[in-house]
Write a protein that binds this ligand. Structure first.
Ligand code: SF4
Length: 546
């Protein structure tokens, strides 16, 4: 039996490490001991393992990722350290050279021979092991979904996208029925499916994928998901962790807490009394697992009677987006058999406006109610083009009270860049940081309400550019600094500047010129407002809290 440590660097990410979850399944299948760690494990932990797999994500996490890998190399021979994932695939030579390692896996782990085993198992097709996620404190915001691929690659090959390097060949990989059933059987039913395909609309098997999802209960306008019984799910989980020789005290504590809280849901006096007796027994017993098993027969009927059992709609999320250019009437008709939430469309340039609107109308006319747009910026666009794209969606949604929609601007960076500092040809440092400040307030999304949009981004080009130029602390705390009169003062000073003075101010704000080089009094007086000490300390503190 080998001892396997799976590692994800300590960055904040939405999705769990799918590659590591498949490697976990592979090693558990070989009866190996598997543990997952987020970040740099202590030396005393690493010493207990025979092999480490480290996943990598975005290239802009390069420094953090290299630092993490180096930490493990300090305590384990390089032949036993394996690195894979997106960033490792895109920068394979850089990782090898900088770290002096050879075991860098490029692309998908399609054969176990790539990691030195002779059983030739396609690890990429194995079901995910969700149990490893319980080894860490970190909670993945989208951790409790079923993740599947039905295709790999994309035929379009957009210049800005890494898919052609990560998955160079487009192919169907549809095994979703087995995968979803395996997950449900082992971990309990999960409501939503996240399809991670890059461009499913190229698939010739779209109809089959939708039929398969229908056969698994994913049917539009048909709520049929009932949350599984948490008590049973947790008991099974604890049993598995015991078998894996993993710690399970946290899961026992969570389950006990759930049971203690559950009493408030019980509507009958008699059952409540009976339940309280069961609780008293569990709470006082030292060997909680023995106690939980012992009460199982008596507690399940009570939990079943009062737990949440409303039937809910199952949703499918094509997480990487649907290609508006390929969304024909026929394909939309097929997809309308499943409930898609949100319906993600890419709207990456103003030249795609017609195609985007056609795709939106197509989906809307087939009853889709939840929309989300991926909007690339800082690429070949200009700041105002981004504003125009955002506004065109807002106008499109106007008077459609029955939909929910938001846009998700995504800052472009070249696929092999190891920092987030890239500045597009028509962009500048200040405008990019201002967009970031606006999006910070709205948690990264732009909602569909017109008033809100005009408030956040301005109602015309002049206002938009003004907002982008204003101090970032004013952007983040618009209400506060409007009320205090600071924004008004800034506007007055800004409007006193002529065109070339505004350009000098912008150069200064982008760090291209020094304050001492500026002699113009009007510019000097507005620069004062960008300094933290221009704001009274009480306001600064309130601004920082927001
Ligand atoms: S269509 Fe999407 S997945 Fe395909 S290359 Fe372009 S951006 Fe990438």
């Amino acid at each position: 039996m080998e001892k396997i440590l799976l590692v994800e660097p300590d960055y904040q990410n939405k999705f769990p490490p799918i590659g590591l979850m498949k490697i976990a399944s592979y090693h558990r299948g070989k009866k190996d001991y598997v543990e997952f760690y987020k970040g740099k494990a202590p030396y005393t932990t690493i010493m207990n393992f025979d092999r480490v797999y480290i996943t990598t994500l975005f290239t802009f996490y390069y420094d953090l990722t290299v630092d993490t890998i180096q930490h493990y190399l300090n305590y384990m021979h390089k032949d036993n350290v394996y690195v894979g994932g997106i960033s490792a695939t895109l920068l394979v030579e850089k990782y090898k050279k900088e770290l002096g390692i050879e075991n860098v896996i490029v692309g998908q782990l399609t054969s176990s021979s790539l990691i030195g085993y002779k059983d030739s198992i396609n690890i990429d097709e194995l079901p995910l092991d969700y149990d490893i996620l319980d080894d860490v404190e970190y909670k993945y915001p989208s951790g409790d979904h079923i993740f599947i691929y039905t295709t790999r690659g994309c035929l379009r090959g957009c210049e800005f996208c890494a898919v052609s390097k990560l998955e160079p060949t487009f192919k169907d990989t549809n095994h979703i029925v087995n995968q979803i059933e395996a997950v449900r059987q082992k971990y309990g039913d999960k409501r939503n499916v996240l399809i991670m395909d890059n461009n499913i609309l190229y698939s010739k098997e779209l109809n089959k994928v939708v039929q398969n999802l229908n056969s698994l209960g994913h049917i539009n306008n048909t709520p049929n998901y009932i949350e599984p019984n948490y008590f049973e799910i947790m008991l099974k989980k604890i049993k598995r962790r015991k078998e894996y020789k993993a710690k399970y005290d946290k899961q026992v504590a969570e389950l006990t807490e759930y049971l203690n809280n559950f009493i408030s849901r019980i509507g009958s006096k008699q059952l409540s009394k009976q339940y309280q007796q069961i609780l008293d027994y569990i709470n006082k017993e030292k060997d909680k697992i023995r106690a939980l098993k012992k009460v199982k027969k008596d507690i399940i009927p009570i939990l079943e009677k009062y737990r949440f059992k409303k039937k809910l709609q199952r949703y499918v999320d094509f997480n990487q987006g649907l290609d508006a250019r390929l969304l024909t009437e026929d394909k939309m008709k097929i997809m309308s058999n499943i409930a898609i939430k949100p319906f993600r469309l890419a709207y990456d340039s103003s030249s795609e406006e017609k195609t985007y609107k056609r795709a939106f109308n197509n989906a809307y006319s087939h009853g889709v109610k939840y929309f989300s747009n991926y909007m690339l910026y800082n690429y070949k666009d200009s700041p105002f083009e981004l504003w125009k794209r955002l506004r065109s969606t807002i106008l499109l949604y106007e008077n459609k009270q029955d939909i929910q929609a938001f846009s998700f601007p995504m800052k472009y960076a070249p696929i092999n860049m190891t920092s987030r500092d890239y500045i597009g040809e028509k962009w500048n440092k200040k405008y990019l940081s201002a967009i970031n400040a606006i999006l910070n307030v709205t948690k990264g999304v732009v909602a569909k309400e017109k008033d809100f949009f005009y408030e956040a981004f301005g109602s015309k080009k002049k206002e938009f550019i003004e907002i982008l130029t204003m101090p970032n602390h004013f952007i983040k705390n618009r209400m506060l600094f409007k009320k205090s009169g600071h924004i008004n003062t800034w506007k007055q000073r800004y409007n006193r500047l002529n065109g070339s003075e505004k350009k000098i101010l912008l150069k200064y704000l982008c760090g291209l010129i020094n304050e001492i080089e500026i002699k113009n009094k009007k510019i000097i007086s507005i620069i004062e407002l960008y300094k933290p000490d221009a704001i009274p300390a009480t306001l600064r503190r309130r601004g920082a809290k927001n």
